[in-house]
Design a protein around this ligand. Structure first.
Ligand code: HEM
Length: 367
């Protein structure tokens, strides 16, 4: 099975890597002292991730002294690397007096300013993010578990919140477009080209260690899928501005036809409605902004009322968090989709570029 390299000269793996089938996302509170514990944690996590992405363990499963505690928990033994990627992000809370790193903050890293009222406190923020993606869910879970264990044992990182994604809801370059839990193709007009990645995703200024990195926004978006399922398909199509089966814009017949936002029907109404998700989100209408989306479907089973509880683990990458804010503010004001979704979790992180072989994530931060 595929093994992706962890070390490199560009971005961390797991951003433009072809989207895997499963994902486990987790955030952590930093519980260490000063900057030194953080440095050790990132070094240890990096070494572990490099091993894990090769399909190896993070140490012995059954130590020679069998009354000792195993370094690796063992559940990924005999499983292939399964295209595992583990992507690590740094939250705004790391760059404070607590660590003495306040003046080292990646220039645009700060809490999102959206005036959100629906985010649950227990699903908000975090000092570190870990996004593990793999084609085998057990491989992804094992990776996060191994890092969580290292964080806890060293007293440096405590788990905060997590989402388990069970199916990809975004296409990377050359991949067929998967569907979200509303039944629509998601990722049709994502960022695929290198020019757009340079213009909208990778940072090009700021301190040396941050260059070629990106800002990660995560939103746990609950879908009211039982309501959605009672809506007629013509209405659903109007919510997105696309056809359900083909994924074509309402002004076209094929998935990749360009949406024509100017086209009107016989009565003079826009064919892609004013409140359609794609009209509000498209760069043609939003002031030229594009973001890279790499989300996953999730389910939390059934809620306390017996309703099916699922949604979208929305993940986007952009070189300026204001781009996400700009888009989300537009959507929160007028998107027809709002009737069927609630944003319940949120976080923002800076994802430093991949470390070179022999180094570790964000090493330059401590130089
Ligand atoms: C497009 C679903 C939330 C930004 C789309 C499309 C679907 C979709 C089906 C059309 C296919 C495509 O081009 O990918 C959803 C669902 C959401 C959600 C179900 C929530 C549960 C968001 C959020 C943002 C966003 C929070 C950003 C703040 C975009 C963008 C496009 C898009 C930029 C491409 C528009 C274009 O250029 O045509 N989304 N989306 N979406 N969405 Fe969302």
């Amino acid at each position: 099975s595929t093994a992706h390299p962890f070390y490199g000269t560009g971005a961390q793996a797991g951003i433009t890597t072809p989207v895997q089938r499963y994902s486990v996302f987790m955030t952590f509170d930093y519980t260490g002292v000063g900057a030194a514990d953080l440095q050790v944690l990132l070094a240890r996590w990096s070494a572990a991730i490099a091993q894990l992405m090769q399909g190896k363990t993070v140490g012995e499963v059954e130590p020679e002294r069998v009354d000792a505690i195993g370094k690796d928990t063992g559940e990924a033994l005999d499983l292939e690397p399964a295209a595992l990627t583990v992507t690590v992000g740094l939250g705004p809370g790391l760059f404070t007096d607590r660590t003495g790193l306040a003046d080292r903050k990646p220039p645009l890293l700060r809490d999102l300013q959206l005036g959100d009222t629906t985010i649950k406190p227990e699903l908000n923020g975090g000092d570190l993010s870990v996004q593990a993606c793999a084609d085998d869910p057990q491989v992804a879970y094992h990776a996060v578990r191994a890092l969580a264990r290292m964080g806890k044992d060293s007293g440096s990182a405590a788990t905060r919140w997590t989402v388990m994604g069970f199916g990809r809801a975004a296409a990377g370059k050359g991949q067929s477009t998967p569907r979200n839990l509303m039944g629509y193709k998601d990722g049709t007009r994502n960022i695929f080209e290198a020019d757009d990645l340079d213009a909208f995703v990778w940072t090009s200024d700021g301190p040396e260690w941050t260059r070629g990195g990106t800002y990660q926004v995560v939103r746990k978006i609950q879908m009211h899928i039982e309501n959605w399922d009672t809506d007629r398909v013509s209405d659903q199509n109007n919510v997105f501005g696309r056809h359900k089966v083909t994924g074509a814009p309402l002004t076209g017949t094929q998935e990749f036809d360009e949406p024509d936002f100017a086209q009107q029907d016989a009565s003079g109404s826009p064919v892609i409605p004013a409140t359609a998700h794609i009209r509000l989100a498209a760069h043609e209408t939003n002031g030229g902004v594009k973001i890279l989306r790499r989300g996953f479907n999730y389910t939390d089973g059934i809620n306390q009322f017996g309703f099916l509880d699922g949604g979208l683990l929305f993940l986007s990458y952009q070189n300026d968090p204001a781009h996400f804010e700009q888009l989300q503010s537009r959507l929160s004001r007028s998107d027809a989709l709002n009737e069927y979704i609630t944003h319940i979790g949120s976080g923002i992180f800076f994802v430093p570029p991949a470390p070179r072989e022999g180094s570790y994530i964000a090493a330059g931060l401590f130089a």
